[in-house]
Design a protein around this ligand. Structure first.
Ligand code: PAF
Length: 285
């Protein structure tokens, strides 16, 4: 087991990055909140194909959690993460503490309207501004050639693309497909909160979204397909936050039969909030 030594300050991070850049090497960044799982490791693999050096950040960002959310209990395993990332061949792991990221007197934030307001932004009012702020900081600290984000957080991915475009940040944003358990449940650090019974029921979430995507593919209108999906989820004990069909680029609501869309949903099983999404049409393989 070879753990990688963490880099904890922006100063040390930049010193190392400057050496790689001077040698003409490109840099790929994978921002994470730690609790590394196969989803993160798939981003690392993609990052290796996109840059000469791979940097992973581990930072549970308080600014993206609401006052009644799970910041205090969010899964943390720095030691285990450093082993997994060392074994995955990551070149640098940036593990700043809160004072390094938000020094005393910190008072600048990145806020975004429109894309951030619906879906997860409705239930988590300041969440995406917290994400936009920390991602902007990480992109400025690392200045990578490419940064990688998972499609699991689809709205977040679009928010990051938007901020990079709006603020002229010179970085390519690459997306990686959702990694799923064998039974279809999207891998997430928060799956650890599920009880054994909830874990057994959780794949119904994915199955329902798949059926919804298939219904749309076969020409069913958005409204009736959504009603059917919601009914199925509620019947299986989920408390639905939203099930919706959106334009995949703008997240604008779609109506009637659709040719190209993204189905997105968030629902609670007990206290655990699950999110998932799928493209329409579904991939053929
Ligand atoms: O997706 C996450 O893990 C976080 O939202 C991110 C992008 C690392 C920002 O804290």
């Amino acid at each position: 087991m070879t753990a990688i030594d963490p880099t904890r300050t922006v100063k040390d991070l930049r010193q190392q990055l400057a050496k790689w850049r001077a040698a003409g090497e490109t840099i790929a960044l994978v921002p994470t909140m730690g609790a590394i799982h196969f989803g993160h490791l798939s981003l690392v693999e993609l990052a290796k194909s996109k840059g000469d050096r791979v940097v992973v950040s581990l930072f549970v960002n308080p600014a993206q959690f609401g006052p009644r959310e799970d910041f205090a209990t969010y899964p943390r395993d720095e030691e285990g993460d450093l082993v997994k990332l060392g074994e995955a061949g990551v070149d640098l792991v940036f593990v700043p503490d809160i004072a390094e990221m938000y020094p005393k007197g910190f008072s600048t934030t990145v806020t975004m309207s429109d894309l951030t307001e619906g879906l997860c932004g409705a239930a988590r009012p300041n969440h995406f501004n917290g994400v936009a702020t920390v991602v902007t900081k990480l992109l400025w600290q690392v200045a990578p050639d490419v940064a990688l984000f998972g499609e699991k957080d689809y709205q977040q991915l679009l928010v990051v693309r938007r901020l990079v475009h709006d603020l002229n940040i010179p970085v390519e944003i690459a997306a990686a497909p959702i990694v799923r358990e064998e039974d279809g449940l999207a891998i997430s650090s928060r799956n650890a909160y599920l009880s054994p019974d909830q874990r057994k029921r959780a794949p119904i979430f994915y199955q329902t979204l798949r059926e919804l995507a298939q219904d749309l593919e076969s020409g069913r209108g958005c409204d009736s397909a959504i009603v059917k999906a919601r009914y199925k989820l509620e019947g299986a004990g989920f408390r639905v936050d939203y099930v919706t069909v959106r334009d995949p680029d703008t997240l604008k609501t779609l109506e009637g039969p659709v040719k190209r869309a993204r189905v997105l949903a968030a629902a609670y099983l007990g206290q655990t909030r699950l999110i998932d999404n799928l493209p329409v049409p579904l991939p053929t393989s």
